[in-house]
Design a protein around this ligand. Structure first.
Ligand code: ADP
Ligand code: ZN
Length: 730
């Protein structure tokens, strides 16, 4: 930026959060403003949020230009952040206002400093000392120097707030107003480090050295589940904190944050800031502000934590970097893992991509030398990787409506006798994926989408997993009107739990599925109870595959290892491989050795064999060779175009018009496939058509695509979305 302060009346360009793909000119307000300042500007009859982006363009009638209303009381957006938003917008072909909205997702940013009352020891002692008053003073004594809210103080003293208020009148307790948004407790990098193993020490040392450079760099930290990746990258965080810079840890699943918070607290003596959908609005605003002014040293959060206004971001950890939830699939379509690397390269920070089963993209980048690679090869302590095996389901001849084979049943029984836990894994939520009429064969679908509705017996409803629509489970067939002939077909996690209870009546069965828990707290409590031995059999979806520690778990039974193998998805093999390795990694994480068995109808399938052999390098090499030969990512580039609208004909028309005028894509050597109806051709009542763009690796794909789609202005309710590096093709 050529100028960083504007005097009152100077012409400034402001980027607003309103859907206009350009900056607007305003006059700097009284007192002037810095470039990057968060401001409120008039737009028509409204006042909207914006950021001073630079010198005004001056292409608008000067006499009509209005003034910035006010500068908000938050740190200006740094140049690094503006650059990051611009580059991220260009990469994902997203408009700047949409990017800016992502970066300002905290309510009340512009509100005047809000205050709250806190209580600390007063100057005098009360003349008459009651037990309750003594307890209040004892709280102060115990936590010397701290102040409390009225509720905290009363609760800790085991008394009523009127007792505290009474003491305020007597001068024994002081009531003071402080800003509501306070800095987070300081983290101490020397608080409680563990003694690392030789492997871990080498890995930690590598990351520490990298953190000291103050430059950009990405390291792929690979290690089997339980090898201590978390311990190692917390050492990188410690070094980053010593450097006085901020650290961000991205986790794929908010259910994991509770366990992780306790580990951070044990390591650094205090809790970090949190940023995810489970955080209250007030706490979000506090985090947003504190991150910007250096009052938060460490943030743990979901992908959008990447868009916080860090003062000096030194390190980004992407834990379970292969996880598909890092790709945001609606609104701004971005991959947090890739954007983390982008942001780090702009602000000179280190990235650590941690995984037991990296994505092929990251694996290839490490192979090519773009990323450093470090590896932890064995589990920590006495824990060893579980023994792997398959159960050939062709030989089992199970009766219908049963999914646990005799062989698996025997193994679970053995674990029950030993007092150990088993996990029965199935990657399907709900009771049954299909509800069918036995009289006419009709299957119940969603009215809004071309997808079947999934029975959720626990909620006593049919739910569409595409749009969330639900309806009661009918007793009468909506097609042939036969009574009481509707039947569930196929297993979901709830049905498997029912089978487990019937097969093992003496066992305590717990169900772990994301939709069974109303809150992250309830889920955390359940996970803790299970870890402490609160059940004998866990029946779970991929929620359990993600990093939880169940020390008593020694047997993992995968009900349907073939489930992911048939997808037409480019990444079907990769995903199955990762998921199976992750799930089986849950077994035997402490002293008792574990085993993992997969029920499969195709034990000879190359992916199943690679999982069994534990030959990861071999698997990736073969997978990489196939993709390279086909020019597929990461050796070529893809972009998905999804056109949607309420009128099927118009949607297809636009798709065909695009396909006919693909000159811009062809001029860079790219190809356009389609249009074709999307695999789920209707979602929420909107018809969907897809095109796929394929191009070489070095191609300036975004420029070609924006030129190409820029020729069309979708009319009416037609929408066109571009998905660069698509992960899902539904
Ligand atoms: P990963 O992240 O690779 O799955 P973790 O860091 O969670 O592995 O480590 C697995 C378990 O082993 C955790 O309970 C962790 O506290 C413990 N652990 C790992 N390394 C050490 C160590 N050097 N000292 C003590 N405990 C360790
Ligand atoms: Zn639906």
């Amino acid at each position: 930026m050529d100028q960083d302060f504007f005097d009152e009346g100077a012409l400034v360009a402001v980027m607003t959060t309103q859907p206009l793909d350009r900056t607007l000119d305003y006059k700097a307000p009284e007192g002037g403003c810095f470039v990057g300042a968060f401001v409120e500007v008039p737009l028509g009859p409204r006042k909207v949020l914006g950021v001073v982006w630079g010198v005004g363009k001056g292409d608008f009638d000067l006499s009509k230009i209005r003034s910035v209303v006010r500068v908000l009381d938050v740190a200006p957006m740094r140049e690094e952040m503006r650059l990051f938003l611009e580059k991220a917008a260009a990469y994902t072909l997203t408009s700047m206002p949409a990017m800016l909205r992502l970066a300002t997702r905290a309510p009340g940013l512009g509100d005047p400093l809000s205050m709250r009352k806190v209580y600390r020891p007063g100057d005098t002692l009360p003349e008459r000392m009651t037990d309750a008053r003594k307890r209040v003073l004892a709280v102060f004594e115990e936590y010397g120097g701290l102040s409390f809210t009225l509720r905290e103080l009363a609760e800790m003293a085991g008394t009523s707030s009127s007792v505290v208020k009474g003491m305020v009148k007597l001068g024994a307790v002081a009531e003071v107003a402080t800003p509501r948004d306070t800095p987070f407790q300081r983290l101490d990098p020397e608080w409680g480090s563990k003694e690392l193993t030789e492997d871990q020490t080498l890995a930690a040392e590598h990351l520490r050295q990298r953190a000291k450079t103050g430059d950009y760099g990405t390291t792929l930290l690979r290690g089997v589940t339980g090898s201590g990746k978390t311990e190692v990258y917390l050492e990188a965080v410690a070094e980053c904190l010593r450097q006085g810079r901020q650290a961000l840890v991205l986790l794929p699943e908010i259910a994991l944050t509770a366990e992780f918070l306790s580990r951070v607290q044990a390591r650094f003596g205090a809790k970090p800031a949190e940023w995810h959908s489970g955080v209250t609005m007030t706490e979000r605003r506090r985090t947003w502000k504190m991150v910007g002014q250096g009052g938060a040293q460490m943030v743990i959060g979901a992908r959008s934590a990447l868009f916080l206004p860090y003062q000096d971001l030194g390190l980004i950890i992407v834990d379970e970097e292969h996880d598909t939830s890092y790709k945001q699939e609606d609104g701004v379509l971005y991959n947090a893992r890739d954007m983390a690397v982008l942001r780090a390269s702009i602000c000179g920070s280190q990235v650590v991509l941690a995984s037991a089963t990296p994505s092929l993209e990251s694996w290839a980048n490490a192979e090519a030398g773009k990323y450093d690679k470090i590896e932890l090869t064995s589990r920590y302590g006495a824990a060893v990787m579980p023994r792997m095996g398959t159960i050939d389901m062709r030989a089992e001849a199970l009766p219908s409506s049963r999914w646990v084979s005799e062989e698996l049943k025997k193994r679970v029984e053995r674990r029950l006798e030993l007092g150990e836990q088993s996990l029965l894994f199935i990657n399907r939520r709900g009771y049954a994926p299909i509800t069918m009429c036995r009289a006419c064969g009709h299957q119940i679908g969603c009215d809004q989408c071309d997808s079947r509705m999934v029975e959720h017996r626990f909620q006593k409803r049919l739910i569409c997993h595409q749009c969330g629509e639900s309806k009661p489970i009918p007793t009468q067939c909506p097609s042939c009107e036969a009574e009481d002939r509707m039947a569930p077909i196929g297993p979901g996690v709830e049905r498997l739990a029912e089978e487990a209870m019937a097969l093992f009546p003496q066992a305590r069965v717990a169900v772990l599925s994301s939709d069974r828990f109303g809150s992250a707290r309830a889920l955390k409590a359940e996970i803790e109870a299970i870890a402490a031995g609160g059940c004998d059999i866990i029946v779970g979806t991929q929620l359990v595959a993600k990093g939880h520690n169940f020390p008593l778990l020694t047997l993992v039974g995968v009900i349907d290892a073939d489930l992911g193998l048939h997808g037409s998805d480019l990444r079907a093999s990769e995903r199955t491989f990762q998921l199976m390795r992750q799930v089986s990694g849950r077994a035997g994480r402490s002293e008792t050795p574990g085993e993992a068995v997969m029920q499969t109808y195709q034990p000879e399938h190359p992916v199943i064999r690679a999982i069994l052999a534990g030959d990861e390098e071999g698997f990736w090499k073969a997978e990489a060779a196939q993709r390279e030969a086909a020019g597929m990512p990461p050796f070529g580039r893809l972009a998905g175009i999804v056109i949607s609208g309420s009128d099927a004909h118009q949607v297809m028309e636009l798709g065909m018009a695009l396909a006919r005028s693909d000159g811009a894509v062809r001029s860079v050597g790219g190809q356009v496939f389609g249009p074709a109806p999307a695999p789920i051709a209707r979602v929420r009542g909107r018809h969907r058509v897809r095109l796929l763009v394929k191009a070489g690796k070095g191609v300036a794909l975004q420029r070609a695509i924006s030129e190409w789609v820029g020729q069309f202005q979708p009319k009416g309710d037609l929408r066109l979305a571009v998905d660069i590096d698509p992960q899902s093709f539904y």
